[in-house]
Design a binder for this molecule. Structure first.
Ligand code: FES
Length: 134
């Protein structure tokens, strides 16, 4: 999928493969992290599971690192589509008066899961931080 490059204003800057300290995660549970290897990722903890996924929502390209963790899923800050961070699957489509129209929302969900799941990067927690696996 060709996705426009989206810049963020205040990402955390990874140091090598060290993405972010757990203590520096915001209450939302997710943050944008600029990496040398993979550009900007949405990085956080979904319960006890660390994750690093594409920062770009498959609906209208909101920055997922500005979203939040809800019910163990990564929720988009714009129309609240939710993603499973382990599979990259959109588990519920966009919501709201317009984008929550069930046939539309289900179509976006199906389209995303058919070909454009979130890209995931393997990570570990060690020394109090989330690290990219080498
Ligand atoms: S941009 Fe993410 S749900 Fe609309």
């Amino acid at each position: 999928m060709l996705v426009p490059e989206i810049k963020t204003r205040n990402p955390v800057h990874a140091v090598g493969d060290r993405l972010v300290a757990l203590a520096d995660l915001p209450p939302s549970g997710v943050v944008e992290v600029e990496t040398a290897r993979f550009g900007t990722l949405a990085v956080g903890m979904a319960g006890d599971r660390p994750f690093a996924v594409s920062n770009v929502c498959r609906h209208q390209f909101a920055k997922l690192g500005q979203g939040q963790i809800r019910d163990g899923c990564l929720e988009c800050p714009w129309h609240r589509a939710r993603y499973d961070v382990e599979t990259g699957e959109m588990v519920s489509g966009p919501k709201g008066r317009i984008f929550g129209f069930p046939p539309y929302s289900k179509t976006i969900q199906g389209y995303t899961n058919g070909a454009f799941r979130l890209r995931r990067r393997a990570v570990d927690v060690r020394d109090g931080a989330i690290w990219l696996r080498s």
